[in-house]
Design a protein around this ligand. Structure first.
Ligand code: PLP
Length: 387
């Protein structure tokens, strides 16, 4: 652990800001009770943190009604709630080959068990999907378009606003997976024409695992696919129709919500543009360094303008996992190798044959020195193993 260079922030951010650890510890010691439901002062106080976090996340997405910000376990859970609650048997969905299994698998299951048809728009040589490709894909039964805001493999940020505009014109619901971008980029669902957005708390929002959610625009109905306790209107047999209860089930993860609250506050205080700017400086330096090493291939656009601080590469002819194992064992550098739960990206890139890519994901606490060490290590590995 000591001297570890952690470059796996695309999977989860680590470490968290000191403020997050301190806030969570204090909160759980002082407020670890059922939020809001029980009526005594401490319960109400605990409920206030939940509601403050709803408000803060709603503001971050430029939503209008905090009740429409619902908490779930993570973005996989949130995406499952949205996908299964928006689709009916016989519906058609358009998505992309950039998606994570958090989207691909729920859609696959819907196609197997609910007769939902799914079409996949491929990305271009630089990692971007073309909004025009969606236009010809619409059918009379197209109900949903699902697109990843930024790829967790290539780091490409998709043209969400333009795709959303097309969905608006067609009257089709637009669901965005902001797992990689929430906490990194400004997200304005109004301006970006987004109907539902899924987020996870443990990546760039710098909170703990086990918390995520959705913001659902007004007038959009997501049907219940689960039911249970809500702490209010308990005599009613049917799960509540009104938000946020409509999509929340059981006791909330209050310690996770507290961590998300502290993480979001940290990000907003530091400034999104400062954090993202810093991570992009590191990414540009890494890309530049890797481009000077023989036999190293990177999988990203030449111009990193529409990009996040995630970069995939391989040493030619060398399986990704081997590079990752040596980086860890010999250099104490932690990064992710494999398909990164996004198999269709690799089918398109041809990296499935190398069992994926090595992925470096930067966080706010990485430094230029970390990049230098990573470049030197990769250079040494490439020179030894591709002789
Ligand atoms: C693009 C994308 N979508 C969804 C997810 C799933 O996030 P979680 O594991 O927090 O549900 C991830 C996490 O790796 C991701 O990168």
């Amino acid at each position: 652990m000591e001297n570890l260079i952690y470059l796996d922030n695309g999977a989860t951010s680590f470490p968290k800001p000191e403020e997050v650890y301190t806030f969570m510890d204090k909160f759980y010691r002082q407020n670890g009770v059922s939020p809001g439901r029980s009526g005594y002062d401490l319960s109400i106080e605990t409920g206030n943190i939940v509601e403050d976090t709803r408000k803060a996340m709603t503001r971050y997405f430029n939503g209008t009604d905090p009740r429409r910000l619902i908490f779930s376990l993570n973005s996989t859970d949130a995406l499952n709630l949205a996908i299964s609650g928006l689709l009916n048997p016989g519906d058609h969905v358009i998505t992309t080959t950039v998606e994570h299994n958090a989207v691909l698998r729920p859609l696959h299951h819907m196609s197997l068990y609910q007769d939902v048809k799914v079409d996949y728009i491929p990305f271009d040589g630089k990692g971007f999907v073309d909004p025009d490709d969606f236009i010809s894909g619409f059918q009379s039964n197209t109900r949903l378009v699902v697109v990843n805001h930024a790829s967790n493999v290539t780091g490409a940020v998709q043209p969400i606003k333009e795709i959303g505009k097309i969905c608006r014109e067609k009257g089709v619901t637009f669901l965005v997976d902001a797992s990689q971008t929430a906490g990194k980029l400004p997200i304005d669902i109004e301006e970006m024409n987004v109907d539902v957005i899924a987020f996870t708390g443990h990546k760039s929002l710098l909170g703990p695992t086990g918390i995520g959610g959705l913001y659902v625009k007004e007038n959009l109905t997501i049907k219940h696919t689960r039911a249970g306790g809500t702490g209010v209107k308990s005599a009613q047999r049917h799960h509540l129709e009104e938000y946020p209860y409509r999509l929340e089930y059981g006791t909330l993860n209050i310690i996770g919500i507290a961590g998300l609250y502290a993480g979001l506050n940290f990000v907003l205080k530091k400034g999104l543009e400062n954090i993202h700017g810093h991570e992009m400086d590191l990414t540009c330096k890494l890309k530049d360094g890797l481009s000077r090493i023989d036999n190293v291939v990177t999988y990203c656009a030449d111009d990193l303008t529409n990009h996040i601080g995630v970069l995939s590469f391989n040493i030619k002819g060398f399986e990704a996992v081997n590079t990752g194992t040596i980086l860890d064992g010999e250099y104490n550098i932690a990064c992710r190798t494999g398909l990164h739960c996004a198999p269709m990206v690799h089918e398109q890139l041809g990296t499935d044959k190398l069992h994926g890519t090595v992925r470096i994901g930067f966080g706010p606490f990485n430094t230029m020195a970390h990049v230098d060490k990573a470049i030197d290590a990769i250079k040494e590995i490439a020179s030894i193993y591709t002789k």
